[in-house]
Design a protein around this ligand. Structure first.
Ligand code: S3P
Length: 190
């Protein structure tokens, strides 16, 4: 019988950061380059509930959304396949998520200033937390509140001046070799 090899502990590449920081786009680029599967936790939730994030916030409220997010995110983190995990901006506020992500993944914070985030998000209606009076103030407050949690990441990359491709490249080259090896599913060209 072939022994089941234990899962590598830090096997995933986890992208954290505020909405608008580019986690999904950078994740897609990294997945394309490496051949590793991409799991976007917002998409997991939408598929599981067959509802958009906006509708879920309306129907459930934020507290119940966070419980759903926790259950699906923690399940995804326990998968043994090395994966690129792109997380929702608020995932880090839930202690169980932080425990699972930091234990199973190499965590990369895509840091962006409130000004850059606002420029990218001001015309966007898919972020329920910004559908309220003074969305710019809310965004700035969320950055301030979450920054200490984000800064606990294994790698911090400021993306204010970077394109998606530049951010993906910078992350990939700075990853520890063992992690890159685990994620790289592309057959090397002879
Ligand atoms: C949220 C960010 C969103 C989504 C939800 C809540 C947040 O994900 O999970 O709207 O609390 O910052 P993105 O960061 O992918 O936009």
């Amino acid at each position: 019988m072939t022994p089941v090899s234990p899962a590598l502990s830090k096997r995933h590449l986890v992208l954290i950061g505020m909405m608008g920081s580019g986690k999904s786009s950078v994740g897609r680029k990294l997945a394309l380059q490496s051949g590793a599967p991409l799991v976007d936790t917002d998409e997991l939730i939408e598929r599981h509930c067959r509802r958009s994030i906006v509708d879920l916030f309306k129907e459930l409220g934020e507290a119940r959304f966070r419980l759903l997010e926790r259950d699906l995110l923690c399940q995804a983190a326990e998968d043994e396949t090395p994966t690129i995990l792109s997380t929702g901006g608020g995932a880090v506020v839930t202690p169980e998520n932080r425990e699972a992500l930091w234990r199973t993944g190499y965590v990369v914070y895509l840091q962006a200033s409130p000004e850059v985030l606002w420029r990218r998000l001001k015309k966007n209606s898919t972020r329920p937390l910004l559908q309220q009076p003074d969305p710019r103030g809310v965004l700035t407050r969320l950055v301030q509140e979450r920054e200490p949690l984000y800064l606990d990441a294994d790698m911090v990359i400021n993306v204010d001046q970077l394109t998606i491709a530049q951010a993906a490249q910078a992350i990939w080259t700075a990853l520890p070799g063992t992690l890159r090896g685990g994620l790289n599913k592309k057959t090397p060209t002879p």
